[in-house]
Write a protein that binds this ligand. Structure first.
Ligand SMILES: NC(=O)c1ccc[n+]([C@@H]2O[C@H](COP(=O)([O-])OP(=O)(O)OC[C@H]3O[C@@H](n4cnc5c(N)ncnc54)[C@H](O)[C@@H]3O)[C@@H](O)[C@H]2O)c1
Length: 424
């Protein structure tokens, strides 16, 4: 019997699975750390018979994480963490070739998106794995009766961690969660280099515009913003940064970028990218000042960074100019363009982060889920950082896979660093 006969799923078309399988295998070649963890998992079965509900962008990299968890004994239901980020061929292959229950279709409506989260929850998870805390939110609001079965969870992104910390602070978080985003081997690389490259990839694929000579406005100079600004400069753009944090603003200035308010940047920018995790960062006042032809995009987690409702109310008509490019005709005759419905542009119009960077993020996910299964009884209903030894283990394995060797402390140096008696 084919695995699909017994597997609950909702994907676009199982006939796409051949292409998806090749993409999954292609990504696997750039994920050596996850491959090592998978080999260990096959032997040690740390997730044996553990039911996992994973709500992640359904990409070829995520598929490799799912295969690793499955081979570690987990019984998985996967749904998408964004209506536009699913790779339909990968979803099909996960069901047909790997026997993993998957609920995700690119372009699904909000209703279908939430029905897919519900379908993953019908799996009665003991471990949740989130990217943006949508599963946690659904569990704590609509499916509270299921909380008693959950032993722990993991969270992939900045916005999810912020939400979860707010829940823990209010005392409403129902189980412990590891903040994978906090691992150095996650945010230093995934958020900065992954988002930096893939966001520009998304903008370029959607628009086919030459970035050289254009003014790119990056809102937010956190881990993602630093990456986007750095890579946009590398493509020859004049980059302006907007911030609300004075320290980050100084950092951007010293990194060589112009810093100003969005109000001032609005009339100068050609392309805007929001990466703040905040809402209405580009709003009505700014729309009034934009040049005709200005392009607005977002690479932050939710589609709330650009106030699309206000933009809609200020425009007289809308039409699709190209795939992932929507033209808003303003009443004064200007044209404003919004990419990927204001959703994560790197996943909507491109393929998300390259596998080599997701290798580290998902190695943290795999090791954190093992950690949670082993340690949940000792943990409280709080948000925990990835244990430092796991983070270091991921870094070491990644270096080994690159065949890069680094120095070790000599005993004399260790003693020197540990003591305070030798001042000179
Ligand atoms: N596109 C992707 O694939 C991807 C990958 C990782 C993270 N993310 C998401 O990107 C967002 C940013 O993540 P991060 O890790 O860079 O977070 P971060 O906390 O490091 O940075 C966010 C920055 O935005 C600034 N900010 C907040 N409100 C602002 C405003 N109104 N105007 C200007 N700046 C403002 C903050 O001061 C901060 O410096 C989050 O939503 C995160 O979940 C997306």
């Amino acid at each position: 019997m084919s695995p699909t006969a017994t597997i609950a799923s909702d994907v676009k078309d199982l006939a796409l699975a051949d292409v998806g399988k090749r993409r999954i295998e292609w990504a696997a070649q750039s994920m050596p750390v996850l491959a090592i963890i998978r080999k260990q998992f096959i032997k040690t079965q740390p997730l044996k018979d553990i039911r996992v509900a994973a709500c992640l962008h359904v990409t070829s990299e995520t598929a490799n994480l799912m295969i690793c968890l499955r081979d570690g004994g987990a019984n998985i239901a996967l749904c998408g963490s964004n209506p536009l980020s699913t790779q339909d061929d990968v979803a099909a292959s996960l069901v047909r070739d790997y026997g993993i229950s998957t609920f995700a279709i690119k372009g699904e409506s909000n209703d279908v998106y939430y029905s897919h989260i519900n379908a993953a929850l019908d799996h009665k998870p003991q471990i949740t794995m989130d990217d943006g805390a949508d599963v946690v939110t659904a569990l704590h609001t609509k499916r509270k009766e299921m909380l008693k079965d959950v032993i722990g969870g993991t969270e992939e992104t900045t916005t999810g961690v912020i939400r979860l910390r707010a829940m823990a602070k209010e005392g409403v978080l129902g189980y412990p969660i590891v903040a994978v985003n906090d691992a150095l081997t996650k945010h230093l690389f995934d958020n900065r280099y992954g988002t930096g490259q893939s966001t520009l990839d998304g903008i370029i694929r959607a628009t086919n515009m030459l970035l050289a000579g254009l003014t790119v406005v990056v809102a937010g100079y956190g881990w993602c913003g630093r990456g986007v600004a750095m890579r946009a400069r590398g493509m020859g753009s004049n980059v302006i940064v907007t911030e609300i944090d004075p320290t980050k603003a100084i950092e951007a200035i010293m990194d060589g970028f112009r810093v100003m308010t969005m109000h001032d940047a609005a009339s100068i920018g050609d392309i805007f990218v929001t990466v703040t995790g905040n809402k209405n960062v580009i709003a009505r006042d700014h729309f009034e000042k934009l040049k005709s032809g200005a392009i607005l995009s977002n690479s932050g987690h939710f589609n709330v960074e650009i106030d699309l409702e206000a933009l809609g109310s200020m425009s007289s008509s809308r039409r699709e100019s190209r795939a992932f490019v929507e033209e808003y005709s303003m009443r004064d005759g200007r044209k404003i363009y919004v990419l990927g419905e204001g959703r994560l542009i790197n996943l909507a119009a491109a393929e998300g982060h390259p596998a080599s960077v997701m290798d580290m993020s998902f190695a943290n996910q795999a090791l954190s889920s093992e950690y949670m299964v082993k340690n949940h009884s000792k943990l409280q209903n709080k948000v925990y950082s990835v244990p430092e030894e796991l983070d270091k283990q991921v870094a070491k394995l990644k270096l080994e896979s690159m065949n890069v060797h680094i120095d070790r402390l000599t005993p004399e140096q260790e003693e020197y660093l540990a003591g305070w008696s030798e001042g000179t």
